[in-house]
Ligand binder design. Structure first.
Ligand code: F6R
Length: 254
């Protein structure tokens, strides 16, 4: 795992966007899987800037949402498809036919989840996945538990995650408690992984993640240790509790 510590959250986002852009330039028909939420906003803004000012081409890119709230269709303002549409798709030249998210309005969620796994692999798998991390160590919506799922599945969101998401909704009862998410195997099958985190609120989980080299289902992000091409990009606040002696051999501070 490679660790990059940028000074600010904005620089963290730009750094991730530049890595994504480099991969898009190497392979025009790149299959991307992008996290949503607060952390990726700066990265998405920089991707849009690179498109508008430097001609970054999305015309052959495919984009998969890694998760979606059960019951919130693509046009719901709090759905994750809506988020990517707003922050990325409608500002770049991506073909909407190449943008996918799990079918969360279907009666049979399990079948819909299986179909999504199938779709991802039929399209050639994920080339690059951009992950955020929850304060409890979840990646995508794989919550800390006794056992984790490999493939796309329905996940009950943890109390902490529901509370964190409350800021995007008016009332607690509106916050979805279930999501369809890709699983750990789908994440680990992605050819390149970038994980981003910013702010003091993430410093504790980043410390737990990076200061211990074991793998545990209680900290789903720890499974990234099984992957050969992972870059973790933090701002200084998120990196604030990493002990100097625990810093990874390949880490860089800017
Ligand atoms: C969202 C996702 C989640 C978030 C995580 C952090 O698509 O997969 O794992 O990345 O909950 O969310 P923020 O960035 O809002 O702190």
């Amino acid at each position: 795992m490679k660790l990059i510590i940028e000074k600010t959250s904005k620089e963290m986002g730009c750094s991730a966007a530049k890595m994504i852009a480099r991969e898009m330039e190497k392979k025009l028909a790149l299959n991307l899987c992008l996290a949503t939420g607060a952390t990726p906003i700066g990265c998405l803004q920089e991707l849009v800037r690179l498109h508008k000012e430097e001609g970054l081409d999305f015309s052959k890119t495919t984009s998969f949402n890694m998760d979606e709230y059960v019951g919130l269709g693509k046009t719901h303002p709090q759905s994750y498809y809506y988020y990517l549409n707003q922050h990325l798709y409608q500002q770049v030249n991506i073909d909407r036919n190449n943008t996918f998210s799990p079918e969360v309005l279907a009666e049979a969620s399990v079948a819909a989840a299986n179909d999504y796994t199938k779709l991802i692999y039929e399209k050639g798998g994920i080339d690059l996945i951009l992950l955020g991390i929850g304060r409890d160590g979840h990646i995508s919506f794989n919550m800390p538990k006794e056992a984790l799922h490999p493939y796309t599945h329905v996940e009950q969101l943890s109390e902490a995650t529901v509370s964190d998401n409350l800021r995007f909704f008016e009332k607690r009862k509106e916050v979805p408690t279930e999501a369809i998410t890709i699983g750990l195997k789908v994440i680990l099958d992605s050819r390149k992984v970038i994980l981003i985190a910013d702010g003091e609120g993430k410093s504790k989980i980043i410390r737990e993640f990076l200061n211990d080299d074991r793998i545990t289902t209680k900290l789903p992000a720890s499974f990234l240790r099984l992957h050969d091409d992972v870059t973790i990009i933090l701002d200084e606040k998120a990196a604030g509790q990493i002990k100097p002696e625990m810093r990874l051999p390949e880490s860089k501070r800017r």
